[in-house]
Design a protein around this ligand. Sequence first.
Ligand SMILES: C[S@@+](CC[C@H](N)C(=O)[O-])C[C@H]1O[C@@H](n2cnc3c(N)ncnc32)[C@H](O)[C@@H]1O
Length: 194
Amino acid sequence: MIVYAEQIRGYGPAAPVPVLQWEPEFGALLALYRERSPRRVLEVGTYHGGTLYHWLTNARDGTTVVSLDRYSEGIDNRGMYRGWCPDGVSVVALEGDSHDETVAAQVAAYGPFDWVWIDAGHYYPEVKRDWELYGSMCAPGGIVCFHDILPASVEHPEIEVERLWRELQASGYRTEEIIADPAVSWGGIGIVHV
Ligand SMILES: C[S@@+](CC[C@H](N)C(=O)[O-])C[C@H]1O[C@@H](n2cnc3c(N)ncnc32)[C@H](O)[C@@H]1O
């Protein structure tokens, strides 16, 4: 099991629950989110709900945000999610293993999505499977974002997202990176234009 050393600390931007993001990176991504104003949003990997909070509070009227998590880390803030929805915004909180095809079918019922955020399992086979299952639910013109594209570090050897990230870049997708500090042991956001 991965131990989330940050689980008692929030980073930013400010939210009522911890946000496991570097504030400058996630702030830049949120600016893009507001600009694109997606109507169908998918988050794979919610944990405390810090990033979900920002998808919801920055969404425009008519948006549906689907959150998927297996809730296996002893944190479950699902009771708070509805209270974060502005008028006209709805949230669907699904529980299950993202690699379970029955769960993926439940998610697909709300797609296609124009904004997909993948931040669940960080080992290469885990994130690769999430990309295969949920990247394919992204509508043409939409984007898929990955957290933790920085190379694995001594502190976080379990973060292997970079390997998939390099593969996606090499395969010809238009991509963007948001990296506040390449020297830190985790972080970095990668955006794939589908
Ligand atoms: C890094 S945390 C998400 C952090 C959150 N996005 C944030 O930035 O505040 C990853 C979450 O994904 C969940 N997770 C990991 N693998 C999963 C899987 N295969 N299916 C569903 N949830 C998973 C973990 O239990 C954890 O709650």
